[in-house]
Ligand binder design. Structure first.
Ligand code: 9WN
Length: 440
């Protein structure tokens, strides 16, 4: 009994600590991922944050998503950063004067009164909106939350289904390593080799003021990120009909899109509208995902380079994220479960949390950002996927590990997957948010 009450007290303390992080990172209408490294609003961060905030204040969770949707472009895209005008430009690179969204993005209906980036991040938003609604349907219904967000979320998916199906195979593609959210994943090493880096003298990184250089992407990576973003901007943020140096189909990005399409079906049904179009889209995306990106011999989904039309032979955790997709073929699910706990990801044995990249991969690095460290938003998604496919004990174990590691690391941005040691910044919003959700 003492153990049980100690456990209860531990959970209470963890909840209080996670709540303090989110309250401190709230800026009045949305939440920063981190006051130091990322002092604006980020797209997929806000989706995870809303899921956690819903456990503290459903109204605030709704506000978080609606602030982000307020910066949506007329073409449907949700920008990956919404800039806070009160924050000085030097605080983050690339700043609004780099992206110039209100002018360079005018042809696509970028907002004129607020500055944003011009690229996107994984579409976790409809899933988040549905989870926010479900956490308190009464408040959501009374405030007309779903009625307001549904058309915007539908337009967002419309953008991805049309403008971003650049391969013509029914999947959304990404045009910059920042878009799938796993910036310096070894998956991008080959495609990035074709990109001529912008000279280091033409920009100034702000991240190294707050982050350890050994935990962050390299200067060469940054030179290439800047080149790709500059080219996209200079072509007015146009997707179709121009040649993109970097264009990739990413399984994690598409898995979130499918989970979110199912969420749109649930939202439509709740609003008394026809869920059929969303269900058909989810089915078509699932078929395309398996046909294009599943590699039985590798035991997971691989990214596909559309420039060379070849699969990218790197095992990244993005290839396990399709566990979020409800109706995968049974042999695919079985293989994914085997891969998750096998030698490459070691879930439950070598590592406690899923690493971002192959433990045995030639580029594995336990500290450097998306080249090995374990991230809490991704592990939250893997936990959901395991649970959805009936791997309940493994989901429970992973849940306990997420809870234990997050608190002990000071709500780290990411951790060494073998030791759980904190990397990057601390008091990181989505780490606190997934804790609040998993404790509920
Ligand atoms: C660039 C905010 C974001 C996350 C990304 C993560 C990191 C930005 C950066 O931080 O990327 O978008 O400056 O490094 O890679 O997933 O959304 O937390």
């Amino acid at each position: 009994a003492e153990g049980a009450s100690g456990d209860r007290a531990g959970r209470r303390d963890l909840r209080a600590a996670a709540s303090r992080v989110l309250l401190a990172n709230w800026t009045g209408a949305s939440t920063v991922p981190s006051h130091t490294l990322y002092p604006h609003q980020w797209s997929w961060d806000s989706a995870f944050i809303a899921v956690g905030l819903a456990r503290l204040s459903p109204r605030r969770a709704q506000r978080e998503l609606e602030t982000l949707l307020g910066a949506q472009w007329d073409d449907g895209r949700i920008p990956h950063i919404v800039f806070n005008p009160a924050v000085p430009h030097e605080a983050y690179f690339p700043s609004p004067d780099f992206w110039r969204s209100s002018t360079a993005g005018a042809a696509h209906g970028a907002p004129s009164d607020i500055e944003t980036s011009g690229i996107v991040q994984p579409p976790v938003h409809a899933l988040a909106a549905w989870l926010v609604h479900e956490s308190d349907p009464e408040t959501s219904g009374r405030r007309g939350f779903l009625e307001r967000v549904y058309p915007r979320l539908t337009a967002w998916h419309g953008y991805l289904h049309s403008n971003r199906d650049l391969g013509g195979h029914g999947l959304a593609s990404v045009l910059h390593p920042w878009e799938p959210g796993m910036d310096n994943s070894p998956c991008w090493d080959l495609p990035l080799e074709r990109v001529d880096p912008a000279p280091a003298t033409t920009f100034r990184r702000a991240d190294l003021t707050h982050g350890d250089a050994a935990d962050r992407p390299t200067d060469l990576d940054y030179g290439r990120y800047v080149r790709l973003a500059t080219d996209y901007r200079d072509r007015g943020y146009t997707d179709a009909g121009t040649r993109h140096a970097f264009v990739v189909e990413d399984p994690g990005f598409n898995a979130f899109l499918i989970a979110s399409e199912h969420a749109l079906a649930a939202i439509a049904l709740t609003l008394g509208q026809d869920p059929g179009p969303h269900r058909r889209r989810a089915r078509a995306l699932t078929t395309a995902l398996v046909a294009r990106l599943w590699h039985a011999e590798a035991g997971l989904f691989l990214c596909h380079d559309l420039r060379t039309d070849t699969p990218i032979a790197e095992k990244s955790v993005t290839g396990l994220l399709p566990l979020l997709v409800p109706d995968l073929p049974a042999p695919v699910v079985r293989a994914l479960l085997r891969t998750a706990s096998g030698e490459h990801f070691g879930l439950g044995s070598t590592t406690a949390l899923a690493p971002s990249y192959d433990l045995r991969g030639h580029s594995f690095d336990s500290s450097r950002y998306w080249r090995g460290p374990a991230w809490f938003n991704i592990n939250w998604a893997v936990e959901r996927g395991l649970r959805q496919h009936g791997a309940l004990t493994r989901a429970d174990d992973l849940r306990q590990t997420i809870l234990a590691t997050s608190g002990a690391s000071g709500f780290a941005e990411y951790v060494d997957p073998r030791t759980g040691r904190a990397r990057g910044t601390t008091d990181f919003s989505w780490t606190a948010a997934v804790v609040l959700d998993l404790l509920a």
